[in-house]
Design a protein around this ligand. Structure first.
Ligand code: ZN
Length: 579
């Protein structure tokens, strides 16, 4: 807000309202017109309220279009052709995900496409970014519908409450496995509920996707890729992903694809149902090899966690790290905020046998550091601390976030049975797990410095880039797992005095020693909750800290024009920036 010499209460209320909305915080308020006679009451004009078009345009502008591609000139012809087939298969994840996000999406898109008014076109544009009519950056606030966002997305009847689901399962024990399964949609059949398998529900798209994968398998000369594509095509028809998840772990190819139902973030009702997505990538074997040294440390990292020995676990040792460039994404991987790295598969059985593969999306990480991360860091830190912002530290944080998903408690006990922590913590699982991966990630980077695998000189860069990076994540919105996880960390650090806010600038002074201490404490707290499968404690931590406090709100309002994320365009799939 600019200088405002005289403020009426209404004007003040308007000014404050504008300040709380980062999209409009930089709008210039018109100064009150001076009146010729001094004692007369001052008439003050309110600033013009932004139009719905302006508000929506500002939201869209927070996503900067960036082209992402890879050099494929060295690829042999069969691999190049296989790559095109993989993009074709990946595209088919879009119509599935649109329906998983909300059953009404296809019909609403058709309606929006017919509306040629400027506001109508902006709605369609934002709908495409958000993959639906609700703003994922703002607690699913509706912008192209009157309906509230259904917590169960498109996986359950919209009017089905979590308690009603649980009651049904309690009353129908033989339905339990199918209802709680990762790969079923819950629907109504008269007065009853029924579980429908993904392979049936989405066969219209899964069948041609399976065929495209099989065609790619016929083209590629890479045996490991051929094996995976063949078994994944089978999984699309059978809903049995176990073998193909294992085959995916073994893929060692320049052209790669990650395709299938993976993450459960979209299911905010119960956190049970997986969304379809695809990442088509071209890998960099040399860069991958350079990072391989860290994976042998995973067992040692687990033993080094600041938790009692009985809480420590043993998981699969094989944990390949791949550095790749993205050439196409679809489905759940292409909504709102773009994933910069992932750690899959999620099936704990496969992870126990074969570990999990960490895939770092290098071209995307670089694009985000340059367009978002550095400008944010320069705003939230003072100049003497902002000089420590480092793209190398950012890359390490991303890598160790992913490595840390493989560490800490995976199973807990519920009603006397061994279950995934995911099942015990329900919808609180994802935000807590993302907070864990962040904070345990930086904890482990510090451990690697201690071990001499990274130079001591990078420590300050690591801590400050990690801290600044949390502001990047919290802007994803606390309705989203990573954003909520970032809020937990920031609020804990502020509470511990590790980050001291400056009152007027929205900047923070980071106390490096206190930050390091609180990192350790938070790793311990989260691991203990996961180990106990204590849903009440998880809910309490998220309720208390997983929100945008007034201090954070103010700091975020200062980030003004910095984009929230990028909007990827993939030239190899025929998408280019308008000239
Ligand atoms: Zn994560």
């Amino acid at each position: 807000m600019r200088s405002t010499p005289v403020l009426s209460t209404i004007w003040l209320a308007l000014a404050l309202a504008a300040c709380q909305n980062p999209d409009v915080s930089t709008r210039e308020a018109p100064k009150p017109k001076p009146k010729p006679t001094t004692p007369a009451p001052v008439v003050i004009e309110a600033p013009p309220e932004p139009t719905p078009e302006e508000l929506l345009r500002a939201k869209i502008d927070r996503f900067v279009a960036v082209e992402l591609t890879a050099d494929v000139s060295a690829l042999a012809e069969p691999e190049r052709k296989a790559l095109d087939k993989l993009i074709e298969a990946a595209r088919l994840m879009d119509p599935i995900f649109d329906r998983q996000a909300w059953a009404g999406n296809p019909a609403l898109r058709a309606t929006l496409e017919k509306d040629t008014s400027p506001l109508g076109q902006l709605k369609l544009d934002y709908f495409t970014i958000m993959r639906g009519p609700w703003d994922r950056q703002d607690h699913f606030a509706p912008f192209a519908t009157d309906k509230p966002h259904p917590a169960g997305a498109g996986f359950y009847p919209e009017d089905l409450a979590a308690d009603a689901f649980k009651q049904w399962v309690a009353d129908h024990p033989k339905d339990k496995a199918a209802f709680e399964g990762l790969l079923t949609v819950i629907g109504r059949a008269g007065a009853s509920l029924e579980a429908r398998r993904y392979s049936t529900e989405y066969s219209e798209w899964l069948e041609p996707a399976a065929r495209a994968l099989e065609e790619a398998a016929g083209l590629t000369k890479n045996k490991s890729l051929k094996k995976f594509l063949t078994s994944r095509a089978k999984a699309f028809r059978s809903d049995d992903y176990y073998q193909s998840d294992k085959d995916w772990m073994d893929v060692d190819s320049v052209v790669e694809v990650t395709i299938g139902p993976y993450e459960t973030y979209e299911d905010e009702l119960l956190g049970l149902k997986a969304s379809y997505e695809a990442f088509v990538t071209v890998s960099d074997p040399k860069a991958s090899e350079a990072l391989a040294k860290y994976k042998k440390y995973l067992p040692e990292m687990e033993q080094h966690l600041p938790i009692p020995d009985e809480v420590k676990t043993k998981r699969g040792a094989a944990s390949p790290i791949r550095v790749v460039d993205l050439v196409f994404t679809a489905g759940d991987a292409r909504k709102s905020v773009q994933t910069i790295a992932f750690n899959l598969p999620n099936d704990e059985k496969v992870r126990a046998e074969k570990g999990a593969k960490k895939v770092l999306l290098r071209n995307l990480i670089e694009a985000k550091f340059n367009t978002i991360m550095r400008p944010i860091g320069e705003q939230v830190l003072g100049p003497d601390q902002a000089v420590s912002l480092s793209s190398e530290a950012f890359f390490l944080q991303v890598l160790f976030h992913e490595l840390s998903h493989s560490l800490g408690p995976a199973f807990t006990t519920k009603d006397g049975k061994k279950v995934d922590v995911r099942v015990a913590l329900e919808a609180s699982y994802s935000p807590l797990e993302e907070a864990k991966a962040d904070v345990m990630g930086v904890f482990n980077v510090l451990f690697m410095i201690e071990k001499g695998e990274l130079p001591a000189a990078i420590k300050e860069k690591v801590l400050l880039s990690y801290f600044a990076g949390l502001f990047r994540s919290i802007r994803f919105g606390t309705a989203e797992a990573h954003g909520r996880g970032a809020a937990v960390q920031l609020n804990r650090f502020i509470q511990a005095g590790a980050a001291v806010p400056e009152s007027s600038t929205g900047k923070f002074r980071v106390d490096l020693a206190k930050l390091e201490a609180e990192i350790s404490t938070l790793v311990r707290d989260i691991c203990l909750i996961q180990h106990a499968g204590d849903k009440a404690a998880a809910d309490k931590l998220l309720d208390e800290h997983g929100k945008v406090s007034a201090i954070l709100e103010f700091a975020l309002s200062k980030l003004g024009e910095v984009p929230v994320d990028i909007r990827p365009l993939y030239p190899l799939a025929g998408e280019v920036l308008p000239k």
